[in-house]
Design a binder for this molecule. Structure first.
Ligand code: AP5
Length: 216
């Protein structure tokens, strides 16, 4: 199964990706996580992209396309994968098509902007594992510590209110055109597209998504 999770920053893509990948035993390919890892490692890629990410802008298409092409060659991708945060522009989506990568399903999660701002401002993450918490919606058992390792949680550099607004604008201008792009492919019978209201609690939302995918 090859799945794309589409939606603005903070709608819950990373959170839902964990449920879906567990259920279908496929890897989560998050371009955001991959880029943050290179920033942490201090690699030349990391040094190149840090400023762009901190400003809430998009990393260039050629960097992202190369990153994804390399990642999907790995053995764990043989039975499929879930793209979280990719593609993010029409050229990225076209690059997938040019590589003859057949996507089974695109799931769009939709949430109002004021909700998104509250979700991102309260998000805390465990860097090592990518586990995602929220200070009120999904708090860790011990304040600011990861439930599994006990290590401190961090707040992402791009989760400041000014940067969140910039990321939302970038989403509207550069990523939202993918809604029409993939809806057209759905009408042509190339893949299935489902838009889901993300304004519900975690488990209810994941039950709806899993039910849809299991009945494809
Ligand atoms: P990326 O890491 O992909 O960030 P994003 O798309 O902005 O998405 P987020 O990770 O912020 O949100 P999410 O939807 O995963 O929400 P989450 O589940 O965490 O990208 C970061 C940057 O990298 C980009 O800005 C860009 O610079 C670069 N980049 C990445 N990919 C790129 C690409 N393809 N091309 C170019 N540049 C690229 O949830 C958010 C919060 O809400 C959490 O606290 C969570 O607990 C809470 N929450 C989740 N679900 C619910 C719920 N149902 N109810 C209540 N709270 C909830």
């Amino acid at each position: 199964m090859r799945i794309i999770l589409l939606g603005a920053p903070g709608v819950g893509k990373g959170t839902q990706a964990k449920f879906i990948c567990n259920r279908f035993a496929i890897p989560q390919i998050s371009t955001g996580d991959m880029l943050r890892e290179s920033v942490r490692d201090g690699s030349s890629l990391g040094r190149k992209v840090k400023k762009v990410m901190d400003q809430g802008a998009l990393v260039t298409d050629d960097i992202i396309i190369d990153l994804v092409k390399d990642r999907i060659k790995k053995n764990d991708c043989e039975k499929g994968y879930l793209f979280d945060g990719f593609p993010r522009t029409i050229p990225q989506a076209e690059a997938l098509a040019q590589e003859n990568i057949q996507i089974d399903s695109v799931i769009e999660i939709k949430v109002e902007d004021d909700q998104i701002i509250a979700r991102l401002a309260g998000r805390r993450v465990h860097q090592g594992s990518g586990r995602i918490y929220h200070i009120t919606n999904n708090p860790p058992k011990r304040k600011n510590l990861d439930d599994v390792t006990g290590e401190p949680l961090i707040q992402r550099d791009d989760d400041k209110e000014g940067t969140i607004k910039q990321r939302l604008e970038v989403y509207r201008n550069q990523t939202e055109p993918l809604v029409n792009f993939y809806q057209k492919m759905h009408k042509e019978g190339v893949l299935s597209y489902r838009s889901i209201d993300g304004n519900k609690m975690y488990e209810k939302l994941s039950a709806e998504i899993l039910n849809y995918l299991e009945n494809l």
